[in-house]
Design a protein. Structure first.
Length: 228
């Protein structure tokens, strides 16, 4: 996985057909997705349940590019090896998920994956200040995690602050929640490079009719690039 700051669109399969993940992943990649974002929820850290490492492993052969696994689970550490073994390229844990995020990030890199740290809307940029040299990605949540299709919460000042804190370090800024062609320019201008989008990518399309996925991905990318 090479590093650059170009805009990357990462469709969240939370908005895909859950009975058809393999074909959905192949369809979004064929339609121009850069990464595939995989939302793992435990019904404890967030009020919703999705799936675990076995599903990630089953999806993996259907993804050619980056599998970006967003863990909305607590505790995290006991499951890291399982998600790494499932083939995750990036494993992101929440700073709010436990008292030892530093140890968690060490464990993710130790398992051979890129280490991501996610911040809920109420969590300040400074919470990752001492983690920057052990982090490959910072995920700024622009909704409270748990569900797709929620309203975008503006986190511009947090994104700008993080971009400044990061400096020249090879750390992605990922935005997750409510990203669409209207909100993409706001986060891109603030310094984000990975844009997660669930409903705004999958709306209007299906495995049988994947062309709308491509139109949606291109619209989000063009909107983000228009302000750079
Ligand atoms: C929210 C998830 C997001 C979500 C994004 O808890 O982490 O990845 O699926 O969905 P949209 O783009 O519909 O807000
Ligand atoms: Zn997510």
């Amino acid at each position: 996985m090479s590093f650059d700051r170009s805009i990357k669109i990462a469709p969240s399969i939370l908005a895909a057909d859950f009975a058809n993940f393999g074909a959905e992943c192949a369809a979004i990649e064929a339609e121009g997705a850069d990464w595939v974002h995989v939302d793992v929820m435990d019904g404890h850290f967030v009020p919703n349940i999705t799936f675990g490492p076995a599903t990630c492993a089953a999806i993996r052969p259907h993804i050619k590019g980056v599998m970006d696994v967003h863990l909305m689970i607590s505790p995290v550490d006991s499951y890291i090896d399982a998600f790494a073994d499932a083939g995750a390229d990036v494993i992101t844990a929440h700073v709010e998920a436990g008292p030892h995020i530093h140890r968690t990030l060490q464990a993710i890199r130790g398992a051979g994956a890129k280490a991501g740290v996610a911040l809920n809307p109420g969590t300040p940029a400074e919470s990752v200040e001492h983690l920057l040299d052990m982090t490959d990605l910072i995920c700024v949540m622009t909704v409270n995690p748990g569900f797709g299709g929620q309203k975008f919460i503006d986190m511009t000042t947090k994104i700008e602050k993080l971009r400044q804190m990061i400096g020249d370090r090879p750390i992605h800024i990922e935005i997750d929640g409510g990203v669409d062609p209207k909100t993409a320019p706001i986060v891109a201008a603030a310094g984000a490079d990975v844009l997660v989008a669930g409903s705004a990518v999958f709306r209007g399309g299906s495995v049988q009719n994947p062309a709308p996925y491509g139109e949606n991905i291109r619209a989000i990318r063009a909107a983000a690039q228009s302000v750079l």
